[in-house]
Design a protein around this ligand. Structure first.
Ligand code: ATP
Ligand code: MG
Ligand code: MG
Length: 571
């Protein structure tokens, strides 16, 4: 297993172990179960798991399920499946909601120390009085309630005596702090909502910024790795751990998110597309979700290679999507059998081949990997070729079929186009060709050369199938680079406070590519009828394809194109 290259977090861990600041490295991956994981999450997963394992430490999978409004057990299960698929094994599996009792007690401790108070201001009033970068915040008129009054009110909040939003618990820090996050942030809110794990036990829920440091401390996490948008939260993170008197002291380290060209990864936007049926579920092969890229045919090896090779830094850059495709091709090159598929068929009759005769031809399964062996493919008087491999009036340098020209059929014979058959509208519907028995592949024939080799499948035994070709849902050329993502990241913490009803800015849908899915009907070789869900092949000239698992479950054979063969990406 290749070790990760050096990065600043690894350096910190090395130093912390050497100085004795920590005895073991403990990390966690803390998804909120409010959606499916995407490629960006894979970056965070790889980092947490691989670093801890390099230092012989531990990594927990912890569901950060403190907001019952958006969370669901469907997401919990999907996340577990995705982490396992990537090839990681968690040491502990935890739910932040299991710590609600402990969090409540820590909140009581803060109140008792005069470090937290119950506020009656509305969410809007709190936002307005928090000030701006240039304007200090204003203290709430409820800020100086006595400890007794706060304890009594907080207890009544917990007992369900108030409606949603009527009161909150706020940390009492500094309304004029230059860091707005330190201006008395809300740490508990009232939400009369059923929770997927704790049921109706609670009607007050801790805010993410308060809960997260406590979760880390409770689990003995040493290095709490998160993305850059939480950098401004770090002082509050440290405040919570200190003032709550947690015996174990975790530290937060931030790195920049993985962004990919042509890819929009904000969870709330992906969710909207699923809910509105714009895509075929979270695992639609066009989605950047791990379940989507899995159904498309990407391999965990390729995704882990991308995560490893893109490094860890604090500089926000965008990685070319072609880099991921490069790792996919690299991974499949020697693993995927190479067979022939015709995705836009044109019938060819070989007029001098005996009627009724079928012969078996020998074909190697992977010219770069002899260990994959050989297979037999049938050949007869009727075959299908690719419509684009014939032109009636070819441009210069066109070496495929045209009237009078001879080409090589891959693994078979030379054929020559003798006649073009058209329908009444003038469309080419069939070619009539002759073949030369002398030119059989593997026979050592050197009599003459042809410039073009084309692929084909024998017509009577060909398996009819569907091919699905994809383009990005949100190509960069159609959007101002990362504009959607930018607002997503910046608003993260604020969103949590305001977005309980799930209002999402829909303007991103204007950038949706109308041509992201192309469905074609064609043929594959007869032996492909045994192909199973998630089997991967290289189809001669067309690229790598994966057997779609959803259709396979219904007994239908559909191939998703994973990636084409050609790459515009240069290392
Ligand atoms: P999104 O931004 O897509 O809505 P999120 O950050 O809200 O995702 P969480 O479930 O809260 O989703 O994230 C779990 C972990 O994954 C967090 O530590 C988060 O920082 C990390 N993460 C999310 N997106 C990326 C990314 N693009 N690159 C690296 N890490 C990421
Ligand atoms: Mg989140
Ligand atoms: Mg987010």
């Amino acid at each position: 297993k290749p070790a990760s290259s050096n990065n600043f977090i690894k350096t910190i861990m090395t130093e912390d172990l050497q100085s004795g600041k920590v005895k073991t490295v403990v990390t966690r991956f803390p998804p909120e179960p409010n959606g499916y994981l995407h490629i960006g999450h894979a970056k965070s997963i790889s980092l947490n798991f691989e670093l801890a394992s390099e230092f012989g430490g531990r990594t927990n999978l912890r569901f950060d399920d403190t907001n019952p409004v958006k969370e669901d057990v469907e997401f919990v299960n999907a996340i577990k499946e995705d982490v396992e698929w990537l090839g990681f094994k968690w040491d502990g599996l935890f739910f932040a909601s299991d710590y609600f009792g402990e969090m409540y007690n820590r909140a009581l401790l803060l109140i008792n120390k005069g470090k937290a108070y119950v506020d009656d201001l509305t969410a809007d009033q709190i936002r307005e009085t928090r000030g701006t970068l240039t304007k200090p915040g204003e203290e709430s008129p409820f800020r100086n309630r006595t400890i007794e009054e706060n304890l009594a009110l907080f207890e009544r909040m917990r007992a369900g005596e108030f409606g949603n939003g009527e009161k909150v618990l706020r940390a009492k820090i500094d309304m004029s702090s230059p860091n707005i996050n330190m201006r008395d942030p809300v740490i508990y809110r009232i939400m009369h909502t059923h929770h997927h794990n704790t049921g109706d036990t609670w009607c007050i829920y801790p805010m993410y910024a308060f809960a997260h440091p406590l979760e880390d401390a409770i689990e003995g996490v040493t290095h709490s790795i998160c993305t850059l948008e939480f950098e401004d939260q770090r002082p509050f993170y440290d405040w919570v751990v200190r003032e709550s008197e947690m015996p174990s002291v975790p530290h937060q380290y931030e790195f920049s998110k993985l962004r990919l060209t042509d890819t929009m990864m904000g969870k709330r936007y992906l969710k909207l597309m699923v809910q509105e049926g714009i895509v075929d579920g979270w695992d639609d092969p066009r989605m950047p979700t791990l379940s989507g890229v899995r159904r498309r045919g990407y391999t965990p090896e390729a995704i882990r290679a991308l995560c490893r090779e893109t490094g860890v830094s604090k500089n926000q850059g965008t990685v070319d999507f072609g880099y991921l495709e490069h790792f996919v091709r690299e991974d499949l090159k020697l693993k995927a059998p190479r067979t022939m598929a015709v995705i836009d068929p044109l019938k060819v009759v070989i007029t001098n081949y005996p009627e009724g005769q079928v012969e078996q031809l020998d074909a190697e399964n992977n010219s770069e990997n002899p260990e994959m062996g050989h297979r037999q493919i049938p050949f007869s008087r009727e075959i299908y070729i690719e419509r684009e491999d014939f032109m009636e009036t070819p441009p210069p340098k066109y070496h495929r079929l045209y009237p009078g020209n001879e080409v090589r059929l891959k693994h078979a014979y030379f054929i020559k186009c003798e006649e073009v058959v058209k329908d009444e509208a003038g469309n080419v519907i069939e070619l009539r060709c002759t073949y030369d028995p002398e030119t059989k592949s593997g026979s050592g024939f050197t009599g003459r050369k042809v410039k073009g080799t084309i692929h084909w499948v024998e017509a009577t035994q060909a398996v009819p199938t569907e091919f699905r070709l994809f383009e990005p849902l949100f190509p960069d050329k159609a959007q101002d680079e990362g504009a959607v993502e930018e607002s997503d990241a910046a608003d993260e913490a604020v969103q949590e406070e305001t977005e309980t009803a799930g209002t999402v800015d829909r303007t991103f849908l204007n950038k949706l590519n109308p041509n992201s899915l192309k469905v074609l009907k064609g043929f594959v070789e007869p032996n492909m009828k045994d192909a199973k869900a998630q089997d991967k092949f290289q189809f001669f000239r067309h690229g790598y394809f994966n057997v779609d698992s959803r259709f396979a479950a219904k007994g239908e054979l559909v191939f998703n194109r994973i990636v084409s063969l050609k790459s515009s990406f240069e290392l």
